[in-house]
Write a new protein. Structure first.
Length: 133
């Protein structure tokens, strides 16, 4: 059962079952967060390049700007001298949505083998742990 919580402050959260909360995040916000999780501190140009590769089309910085502004205002990302750095809260937000997307794909039509799913999740967690060092 999903229920919306906002109380007029901060990002809207969606309660999903007994596993707690995931953020209300757009696809572009998610892609920007993933780019920062995987690449580390990056300029908006580098983020646009990474997202362009995933979407297989040119994405301009101006098209990402609303999402960059949104996740920065939420405190998920910090901007310092033209470089975006993902915060711990941003990593947690991305992890929550990432896990939900993988579960959606796995449970929907069984496109992913459970072993593959777990391997993907472990690789993602290792990449985040590597970024912390």
């Amino acid at each position: 059962v999903a229920a919306s919580q906002n109380h007029g402050v901060g990002p809207k959260l969606v309660t999903l079952g007994r596993h707690g909360l995931i953020p209300d995040m757009s696809v572009i916000e998610f892609l920007v967060g993933m780019a920062l999780c995987r690449s580390g501190p990056s300029t908006s140009t580098a983020i646009a390049g990474e997202v362009s590769g995933w979407l297989d089309c040119k994405v301009r910085v101006a098209e990402l700007q609303p999402s960059l502004t949104s996740i920065t205002s939420r405190g998920w990302v910090h901007l310092d001298a033209g470089t975006y750095v993902i915060a711990d809260t941003g990593i947690e937000a991305v992890k929550g949505v990432y896990a939900a997307v993988i579960r959606l794909l796995d449970r929907g039509q069984r496109f992913l083998d459970v072993g593959v799913f777990m391997s993907i999740m472990k690789d993602f967690e290792r990449s985040l742990d590597h970024e912390d060092q």
